[in-house]
Design a protein around this ligand. Sequence first.
Ligand SMILES: Nc1ncnc2c1ncn2[C@@H]1O[C@H](COP(=O)(O)OP(=O)(O)O)[C@@H](O)[C@H]1O
Ligand SMILES: [Mg+2]
Length: 371
Amino acid sequence: MTALFAGLISGTSADGIDAALVEFDDHGHPSLLTSITHPYPAPLRAHLERAVRAQAFPLAELAVLDAAIADAFGDAADALLTAAGVEAAAVSALGSHGQTLGHYPGGVHGNTLQVGDPNRIAARSGIPVVADFRRADMAVGGQGAPLAPLFHAMVFGSESERRAVLNLGGIANLTILDPGCDISGFDVGPANTLLDGWADRHGHGRYDTGGAFAATGTVDRVLLEELLREPFLAAAPPKSTGREYFNLGWLDVRLGVQHRDPADVQATLAEYTVTTIADALKAYGTGVARVYVCGGGVGNTDLIRRLEARLPMPLASTTELGVDPDFVEAMLFAWLARERINAHSPAGLANVTGAQARAVLGGVWLPPRKL
Ligand SMILES: Nc1ncnc2c1ncn2[C@@H]1O[C@H](COP(=O)(O)OP(=O)(O)O)[C@@H](O)[C@H]1O
Ligand SMILES: [Mg+2]
C-alpha cells in the first residue's frame, strides 16, 4: 500500500520552511507530490536572526521561539496540505526537523538544539509528528549530522558508478555513494552562510541572487589562503558544523583591519566554498563519475559556474535524477518519519556521523485526544 508522509525543515540559512508531501510506494520508494516553501513571518525571522547571532539570550526568549517556530511549522504543514488538496487524516506522519539554534558536536556533553515544539505541530495539524532526529545519534557519540546520506543512497545511488551528492545549503555537505554498499558523508564547510551574511551586510539583500555580487569581484588570493588555513577543513570525517562556527564574526577576525572591496570579499567567499568542495572531493571522492547538486545554492549561477570550472568531473542538478533540488532535504524528513513510524532498521548511519551504534532516530508526538 502506498502511504503519504510529509517532511518539514528550515535549515541553517533560516530562509524559510521547506515542506514536502511524499508518497512512498510498496517498496518504500519516494515520489514528491507537492512542495512549498513557507517563509517565516518577518518579525519571527528578525527574532530568530537576533537569537542566532547573539549566541546568548534570555531563556524566556528561547521558550517563546520554540512555540513561535512550531506555529510557523504548523502553518507550513497547513499550506502544504491545502496546496496538495489532501486531508490531514490521509497523512501517516509529519517529520519535522525544526530550526537549529545551535549545533555543538563533540566533547563529553556535546549537543545540538532544534526548536519548534512538536506538541504544538501535532495539536495544530492533527497528524502524528516525528521530530528530534539529531540528538538520538549524538546520544551514542555521533555528530548528529549529516542525516541525508542513507536517503541519498536510496534515491541517487547507482549500481554501476561512484557518485557524489553535494548539498549547497547554509553549510555544504557531501555524500559519496559507491555502487553496491559503502556510503560516506560529512559537512565540508560553509556553502552559502558566509555569502549570505556578507551580501546582507553590504546591502545586497538576504542572499546574493544568482551570485551577481560575487561575479563583479576579483578573488583575493591572500585572503583565500588565510581562510583555507581553517583547521575544520583538514580534519578527517566524521565532522559537522554550522553557523555558530562559520559566521561573520569568524570572517571579521580573518579580514582584520585592512580595507577590502566588498565585491572582492564576496568573490573570495564564493571561491572559498568551491575550493573546500574541490579539496574534499580530491581527498574522499576518488573515482566519482558525477556530482549531483541540491540545495538552494543550485540557484547561485556564479557559484555553480565556479564549481564547474574547478571540479574534474561533470556536475548535474538532482533534477537529472528526477528530484527537485530544493526539496531533497524536506523529502529526507518525510522519509525519516516513515522509517521511525514503520520501525524499519535504525536510520542512523554510524560510519557517517561517528556514532558507536545505529540509533533509531526521532521521537513520536501523537496529536492530543479530543474529548
Ligand atoms: N537564486 C539564488 N541565488 C543565489 N543563492 C540562492 C538562490 N536561491 C537560494 N539561494 C541560496 O540558498 C540558500 C538556501 O538554501 P537551503 O538549501 O534552503 O539552505 P538551508 O538548508 O541552510 O536553509 C539561501 O540562503 C541562499 O544562500
Ligand atoms: Mg532553507
